[in-house]
Design a protein around this ligand. Structure first.
Ligand SMILES: [Zn+2]
Length: 334
């Protein structure tokens, strides 16, 4: 029988000073889950930091050395958009360890949450957009190395494209193929204007990447995921849910994963400062339910990470992230 498994540490706090990224959100979600009776103290599991060996399954030796020795160039530090400190690096190693733990627990339990992580803009050799280490990619590569899984699917519902994820998992399998090789639009009348799905054939991939994101938003360069859903500005709940359903059905027709890594960004919310979609708090919970329902119906374990969330009121970001746990409890009957 499944039980609620939440991986969390106070060490997830990112020491970045006054910043649009609400570094205290992890602690606030932890508090709210307890306060609202969604979780009990015994549901939480404390992670260990990832080992350097784990990090090197995804990131280059040169980049890891720069992070550990504090020798990033000013450009590299600016590109991360968070100020470098040894404490920051510790927090990212811990987030990666948290995602490894959440993946292990998901495989044993059917579903598990990292109350953190989802740093989908990190590349093998550099950090970008508040993301230093790609914790989800590290967790996938570690599960593969341990022989726990062969194939994983990432379902990225952050408002921003999962550029790091796409780059990391495209590199091994499709280097040299012309990209993108195929673009199609859904039939007129069945989809919001200007939305499109781009499907990039990738023969025998070991990781299938899906990204639903606002087309007109960071990052400017969007390396192709296996499926990219490019949404127009101000897409609302109903259209978003249709496109997500479409992308999940399409992805799971093409690929049978042993693990789904759901990147549950809170920033498609209509009140987000860095987003331009128009989902409501209720719509975001329906989004979570849809991903969980699809995973459960096919008996695919699912691990959850949080990624972005920059609502004008931090309480809204915290509610959206807490609701993801509520949705998981409801669908998996935890
Ligand atoms: Zn984001």
């Amino acid at each position: 029988m499944s039980t609620l498994k939440l991986v969390y540490s106070d060490g997830y706090y990112l020491p970045i000073g006054a910043h649009v990224f609400p570094a205290e959100k992890y602690r606030l979600v932890h508090e709210q889950l307890l306060k609202d009776g969604i979780a009990k103290p015994a549901d939480f599991v404390e992670p260990q930091p990832a080992s350097d060996q784990d990090i090197l399954l995804v990131h280059t030796q040169e980049y890891v050395s720069k992070l550990k020795n504090g020798t990033l160039s000013p450009f590299e530090e600016a590109q991360m958009e968070v100020p470098y400190s040894p404490e920051l690096i510790r927090a990212f190693w811990l987030a990666a360890g948290g995602s490894i733990k959440a993946a292990e627990l998901a495989l044993e339990n059917g579903i598990a949450f990292n109350i953190g992580g989802g740093f989908h803009h990190a590349f093998p050799d550099h950090g970008e957009g508040f993301c230093v280490i790609h914790d989800v990619a590290v967790a996938i590569r570690r599960m593969q190395k341990d022989g726990r899984i062969k194939r994983a699917m990432t379902v990225d519902c952050d408002v921003h494209h999962g550029n790091g994820t796409a780059a990391i998992f495209a590199g091994r399998d499709i280097a040299g193929l012309p990209l993108p090789s195929h673009t199609f639009r859904a039939k007129p009348g069945t989809s919001p204007d200007k939305s499109s799905i781009r499907v990039t054939p990738n023969p025998e991939p070991d990781v299938f990447t899906i990204s639903l994101h606002q087309a007109n938003n960071y990052p400017a360069w969007k390396p192709p995921s296996s499926i990219d859903v490019n949404l127009p500005d101000r897409t609302g709940d109903a259209d978003y849910l249709k496109w997500l359903d479409n992308a999940l059905s399409s992805g799971l027709r093409q690929f049978e994963p042993d693990l789904i890594c759901y990147i549950a960004g809170a920033d498609p919310y209509k009140e987000d400062q860095l987003g331009g979609l128009s989902l409501t708090i209720e719509g975001l919970k329906k989004r979570d339910e849809l991903v969980f329902r699809v995973a459960k119906a096919r008996s695919i374990p699912v691990m959850v990470t949080y990624a972005g969330g920059y609502a004008r009121r931090v309480e809204d970001t915290v509610t959206i992230h807490s609701n993801t746990v509520v949705a998981g409890k409801e669908i998996f009957q935890l």
